[in-house]
Write a protein that binds this ligand. Structure first.
Ligand code: ZN
Ligand code: ZN
Length: 72
């Protein structure tokens, strides 16, 4: 029996930076423009991406349709 080599990743939440409009991890500081992102910020857009290929997979996906990774 051949073992499946599907990589294991997770669903990563990205938020739209209100300053530069880029999608970045929900962090204190925007990776792209360096602006401080407040925890209370109401994000207008959120994106759920595969941590491996970073394609948009949607909230709660358990498998990435792009790279075939199992998402935990
Ligand atoms: Zn930014
Ligand atoms: Zn993927």
């Amino acid at each position: 029996m051949v073992e499946s080599k599907a990589p294991v990743g997770y669903v990563e939440v990205l938020v739209e930076c209100p300053f530069c409009g880029g999608y970045v991890p929900d962090d204190f500081e925007c990776l792209k423009c360096g602006s401080e992102i407040m925890e209370e910020t109401d994000y207008e857009q959120m994106m759920f991406v595969c941590s491996i290929c970073r394609e948009d997979v949607g909230d709660g996906a358990d498998e990435c349709e792009y790279c075939g990774a199992e998402l935990e």
